[in-house]
Write a protein that binds this ligand. Sequence first.
Ligand code: DON
Length: 314
Amino acid sequence: MKTQPVTVDGSVTHALHEAHQRFANNHHGKNASYIPYLASVPANLFGISIMFCDGTHAEVGDTDYAFAIESISKVFTLAHVLDDIGPQSLRSKIGCDPTGEPFNSVVALELHKGRPLNPFVNAGAMATVSLLKAENATRRWAQIESTYQAFAGRDLTVNEEVYASEASTNQHNRGIAWLLQSYGYLYADPMEVCDVYTRQCSVAITCQDLVTMGATLANGGVNPVTNTRVVTAKTIAPILAEMTLNGLYDTTGDWYYKVGLPGKSGVGGGILAVVPGVCAIAAFAPPLDVAGNSVRGQLAAEHLSRTLNLSLLH
Ligand code: DON
């Protein structure tokens, strides 16, 4: 059986460059266009990073380009809330089941009497934001910001242009927030929650930030670069369960067949895969498939998982 690397070595850098070379000219997919800013991001950008639990990392391509974290943010708000309320409470208030519907589906909510089913569809992500213990928007935001920064190991900022673009076009999410409230699955003011959720999606990160955030999950909640504990070790398994079942929305099963790892995508073109106890892979390429997942990002993760023997199913 092929061995699995535990640090950056020649096999890792070779696989990384091979993935970049192989898929850089793949032009399938389209930038997200329902958020006007995202449509304007250069479609040819492509970066891939890997970081091991010992803190060693390697990258290729556009790994220092700052892009919008979008739905990948849902993982890190969940981490904070899970740490606070525990997995039992999270499962009863939100859940850990696929909806089988697109990430912003209202139909899925109606079908389940308002229960969002998981924290990675927009409804579940807003319910998660509403579970942060905060008496106003400023305090709610402060918890999100400090959590993301601890995961990334550096100060992060909101891309105000992305935020303005999303805030002026998020009527659908506002509708979902009101619907959640009407069914009793939102635990704070709907418009405050929707706005904080929109802000968290607008945080600017690079592939290098994302891989550090993922490596912190892989490393049991301790950031391998700063050596700081960000979340308790017992919080990691429920996060990875959610990523395994719901990370790529209605195509999570296809991803799991191919990559065999917990993952999470965002419509900004970022994608994250976590190999528990070993490493994280982050990729960024804006064009998306119909479910909203980066096309080249998925191909890169699949290539690395296969060539470095990282799948949990092997
Ligand atoms: O709420 C939205 O629609 C976006 N801010 C985030 C959606 C997203 O990233 C879904 N991902 N694949």
